[in-house]
Design a protein around this ligand. Structure first.
Ligand SMILES: [Zn+2]
Length: 815
């Protein structure tokens, strides 16, 4: 690979990587439930997003209960509850499986609903994905079994250890083992893992643990399991039920370095509370004013649509007779002053009439000969539009023909429903970044960090602020900070979606999207649907998007993952595109929460078939993995929180498809090494937890800057060596490669000159440890290694003519 930015969207994948990538693809759907990380209590959620509910089809919705008495009362109603019951500081949250009509009934009975967690549409999509996944896994299993080089890359054993990872998390020591057994599809037996108790100790002396089959939709993927241990094992052994044996060395996942890399006097801990977008921008402006020589504020080119809405009301309770009204003016520009009354004239044979007095609209409903009101919703809508059309627009409820007779209603004020103080601007909002660096002219390697694409994620912006302050406030006295600021061009955008962010703080704390309403009137665009509007800014980008046929985004304007009317339709997204297009930017971090994930591309796949966006070449992925271990180790330094192996890797492997996400745009469109943090354990944890998460992920973001700096200065060529051990098979030897730094090894066994098209050794592989090659005694291995910055061992030119690569004829080792 070259340090020259790739102009094309994607380089062809190395043929040799295909089999390995296919095997890695088998290792999908690693359940986060198995991971051991400190858990914060789930927050009690705000009023529900109930507009998304279908009337007659069940969705999963949180019910917020004060105490066990209320829980018992809920159970007594016979409502369908799943097994989720969380006791929070303030009460109990349960998950109910209910229809929209049931929610209405239970709400009248006094129950409070929280977030809508799962709708029928979600379920249909899961089913489609499930079927595609089953087919893909079956095909991958067949491919794995039939792979021509299977016997060469495996030992003769029918069981193979994929990973054996030791790590500590908090005070707990854990050994996580994954293995694949040839009979795993048909035979449900667990496998027993024997551990030693450290270097030089006997296998079995550290005890045993059982790993069980990971079967997804009836398809065997592999065996896996994690157990607490009391010492760090050096080796593990699995004996399969048929008597075959596999042995693997235990890798340490995120070993903690002996001391912090920062020098004495290094200052940190600069955040003391959550910050609204207005406060985030004020903070970076104040910082830049204090450090004008090494920073500046940049207003991004596109203003948002604004924290503003039309004033609205929905009159009536029965759908066919409801009347919805919207002001023409924005709420804060007069819309909120409008009111509508639906009056019963109290006389017989009255005509339908509308009177406008200033901003007060009165509808006198028509009556029949007995004085009974006869005006239908459709008739009232037409009359309002004809007589009050300079103030408002009226429509029937969510596509209803409006044939129901309307009920008289007292004077109702229209409202934009926005509660933020006047200090929060209602105008289209500027979006700001702080640019930090001694040389801010594009001549230095650029790094981008951006947060709050998703409004309700309140910790990630703090991580960016903390990181910016560490850079600026340590610059004068900390040599290592100075090296970063003097040599990098660092762009930090703490809030990409300020409108949604403000809405999340002041109105609806579960807000995920921006505030732009793309819903047609029946979609719903009425007052009751307002918490469901908006575009998911992390689904509105250009690569492998919904519009390209990829999964994990929605065309429904009220979906949590609504992709918008088209790629880059939203100003928030055009701002990120503008930042990423800066030609010197090579590294980026997209900060989200929650889950303690660390991820990179591909972030999406197409269904059916689960065809992912192209995987990075393994040479490129070696940088992702190598840098990941540094960044995650830095995170762990704060309070020993381990981002687990199961939560590290390509988004499509460890989470789910997210078509049109920003990380994919930065990687595929601009060639930026684009990572994604999922910070912490919930969107809005209590402050003690939020503070700890901010500190640890600011460590990680700062380490990413060091990775970028090292990448920029890395001229050191990797070295590699081959080790040879006796094989269980007569006439064969087991060989492994090791490298002096994260690097990819390419090799041949047929005496040919190795190129980038040669076989790629699995040590840099996607989810595997170093593989063991079992090859005939006397084979000559030809190979070279290349590090993530593109430095090739011995300055060998894989695409040239020289022969200065490594060669070794393997002999039978002495017994
Ligand atoms: Zn997010």
């Amino acid at each position: 690979m070259s340090k020259v930015r790739t102009g094309s969207r994607w380089r062809p994948q190395l043929p040799a990587a295909t089999a390995l990538a296919a095997f890695a693809a088998v290792l999908l759907l690693v359940s986060p439930a198995a991971a051991i990380v400190p858990q914060a209590a789930a927050p009690v959620t705000a009023p529900a997003d109930l507009g998304r509910l279908a009337d007659e089809r069940a969705s999963v919705v949180e019910v917020i209960l004060a105490d066990t008495a209320e829980l018992d009362a809920l159970v007594a109603t016979g409502v369908d509850l799943d097994h989720h019951v969380t006791h929070t500081g303030d009460g109990i949250v349960v998950h109910a499986v209910v229809t929209g009509n049931e929610v209405a009934t239970l709400t009248r009975a006094g129950f409070t609903f929280g977030t809508v967690l799962h709708t029928p549409q979600d379920a249909a999509q899961r089913v489609a994905e499930r079927e595609a996944t089953i087919a893909a896994h079956l095909a991958e299993n067949q491919e794995y079994a039939a792979a021509a080089d299977f016997s060469a890359r495996s030992t003769v054993s029918d069981v193979r250890i994929i990973r054996a990872d030791y790590y500590t998390s908090g005070d707990t020591q854990v050994l996580s083992v994954e293995a694949k057994w040839a009979s795993g599809q048909a035979d449900s037996s667990p496998l027993t893992v024997e551990r030693d108790s450290g270097p030089g100790t006997g296998i079995g002396s550290g005890g045993t643990q059982t790993i069980s089959r990971f079967v997804d939709a009836g398809v065997y993927l592999y065996h896996r399991g994690a157990a607490q241990v009391t010492s760090r094992p050096a080796y593990v052994r699995i004996t399969s039920p048929s008597g075959d044996v596999a042995v693997a060395k235990v890798n340490e996942w995120l070993p903690v370095p002996p001391k912090d890399p920062e020098g004495p006097g290094y200052m940190k801990d600069f955040v003391a509370s959550y910050l609204t977008p207005t406060e985030l921008y004020d903070r970076i402006k104040a910082l830049s004013a204090q450090y004008p020589k090494i920073s500046e504020i940049v207003e991004l080119p596109h203003r948002t649509n604004g924290y503003r809405r039309k004033a609205q009301a929905v009159l009536g309770t029965v759908d066919a007779s409801r009347v919805a009204v919207d002001s023409l003016a924005w709420g804060h520009q007069g819309g909120n002053d409008i009111s509508v009354e639906l009056a019963d004239p109290g006389v017989a044979d009255a005509p339908l009439a509308v009177t406008v007095t200033g901003t007060a609209v009165r509808v006198d409903l028509a009556t029949d000969g007995s004085g009974t009101v006869t005006s239908t919703a459709e008739q009232v809508v037409a009359a309002l539009n004809a007589q009050a059309g300079t103030l408002l627009t009226a429509y029937t409820y969510r596509g209803s023909p409006g044939t129901g007779v309307v009920a008289p209603a007292a004077r109702t004020a229209l409202s934009d429903g926005l509660a933020a103080p006047a200090s929060v601007s209602r105008d289209p909002h500027p979006v700001y970044a702080i640019r930090i660096g001694k040389h801010r002219d594009g001549s230095r390697l650029g790094v981008l960090a951006y947060a709050q694409e998703h409004a309700r994620e309140w910790v990630p912006p703090l991580v960016t602020i903390e990181t910016a302050e560490r850079l600026l406030r340590n610059y004068a006295h900390d040599r290592k900070t100075r090296e970063l600021v003097d040599n990098l061009d660092i762009w930090i955008a703490p809030s990409i979606n300020p409108d949604g962010g403000h809405y999340s703080f002041y109105d609806f704390n579960s807000q995920r999207k921006n505030m732009t309403n793309h819903c047609a009137p029946q979609a719903p665009a009425d007052f009751l649907g307002r918490n469901s509007w908006g575009v998911d800014n992390n689904r509105n980008y250009t690569e492998y998007s919904l519009f390209d046929g990829y999964a994990g985004a929605s065309t429904n304007c009220t979906s949590g993952t609504y992709a918008g009317p088209g790629e880059l339709s939203e100003p928030e997204n055009r701002n990120v595109d503008w930042l990423a297009a800066r030609p010197n930017i090579r590294f980026s971090m997209n900060l989200h929460s929650s889950g303690n994930y660390f991820m990179w591309s591909p972030g999406s796949y197409a269904v059916p078939g689960r065809v992912s966006a192209p995987r990075p070449t393994l040479a490129e992925e070696s940088l992702f993995w190598g840098a990941s271990s540094r960044i995650l180790t830095a995170i762990k330094r704060h309070r020993n929180l381990a981002v687990t192996p199961a939560r590290t890797g390509p988004i499509a492997d460890v989470l789910y498809s997210a078509a049109g996400n920003s990380g994919d745009m930065l990687w595929y469109k601009y060639g930026i090494y684009a990572w994604n943090f999922e910070v912490g354990t919930s969107f809005q944890p209590d402050w003690q937890e939020a503070h700890a998460e901010t500190m640890e992920f600011a460590n990680g973001l700062t380490e990413m800057l060091r990775v970028a700096r090292d990448f920029d200065t890395d001229r050191k060529r990797p070295r590699s060596s081959l080790s040879v051990r006796a094989s269980a098979t007569p006439g064969m030897v087991d060989v492994t490669f090791s490298t002096s730094e994260p690097a990819a090894v390419f090799y041949t066994l047929d005496r040919s000159r190795p190129t980038y098209a040669a076989t790629l050794y699995g040590s840099a592989g996607i989810r595997e440890g170093g593989e063991t090659l079992t090859i005939p005694v006397g084979t000559t291995v030809h190979w070279f290694s290349v590090d993530a910055a593109g430095n090739v061992e011995r300055n060998y030119k894989p695409d040239g003519r020289g022969n200065n690569h490594n060669k070794q004829k393997v002999k039978a080792p002495k017994r």
